[in-house]
Design a protein around this ligand. Structure first.
Ligand code: ATP
Ligand code: MG
Length: 198
């Protein structure tokens, strides 16, 4: 074995030992709160990826869509056919409607469904897609949302997506990923694309 190869092998062995030790240490089993936030593209895509993953294992998953309600979207077409229950906001994009009262009412309707899910131990995963905006606009009460998430069944996981996630939600999260915008096609004048953007 060359000196280089030997060095590489030693490094790999060290790395493996450290990873093995961490795997050994991680013994807690519980449902998680995951937050996927930031300004880059990929937050909802990641959330739906988790729904697909849980559903693929035969678990029950549900999805609340707090913004794209009125829109057609590929993931809803697919996942509803696989038994995933959806609750979508009746008014669609809030910045189009600009009607605070109607938007609050629509957000509250979806939230009532979420509260039922967050109290149902038969549900393994709840995706709260774009809920961060409902908290920023004060359409939903952050204390109420945090309490419902905290009091959920021990085995249930929750995924929260959206930009500028509220500090109080981040504080109770187990995993937080921030998707950074490096480049987005839209900035080069490229239209949102079916199957890529929705
Ligand atoms: P996706 O649903 O594609 O995972 P996202 O959930 O991370 O995106 P949102 O803020 O929910 O992002 O925006 C949804 C839509 O806006 C998508 O069509 C997405 O491609 C687009 N988008 C996301 N990030 C950006 C950006 N930085 N600039 C322009 N458009 C964006
Ligand atoms: Mg999104």
């Amino acid at each position: 074995m060359s000196k280089d190869q030997e060095k590489h092998q030693q490094r790999q062995e060290k790395l493996k030992a450290s990873v093995d030790a961490k795997v050994e240490d991680a013994q807690i089993e519980k449902g998680l709160l995951l937050v996927i936030t930031g300004n880059g593209k990929g937050k909802s895509t990641a959330g739906f990826g988790n729904v697909a993953r849980a559903t693929g294992h035969g678990y029950k998953a549900t999805v609340a869509q707090f913004i794209k309600g009125g829109w057609e979207c590929g993931e809803r077409n697919l996942l509803q056919n696989s038994g995933v229950e959806f609750a979508t906001m009746a008014t669609g994009f809030t910045w189009e409607t600009q009607n605070r009262e109607l938007d609050t009412q629509a957000a509250q309707e979806v939230w009532q469904k979420c509260k039922q899910w967050l109290a149902d131990p038969s549900i393994y995963l709840v995706l709260l897609d774009e809920i961060t905006y409902m908290l920023s606009y004060d359409y939903l009460d952050v204390e109420e949302v945090v309490a419902a998430i905290q009091q959920r069944p021990a085995e249930q996981s929750v995924v929260v997506t959206g930009r500028a996630c509220h500090r109080k939600v981040m504080d109770i999260a187990d995993t937080i990923s921030e998707v950074k915008n490096v480049k987005h096609a839209f900035e080069s004048g490229i239209k949102a694309r079916q199957g890529i953007d929705w």
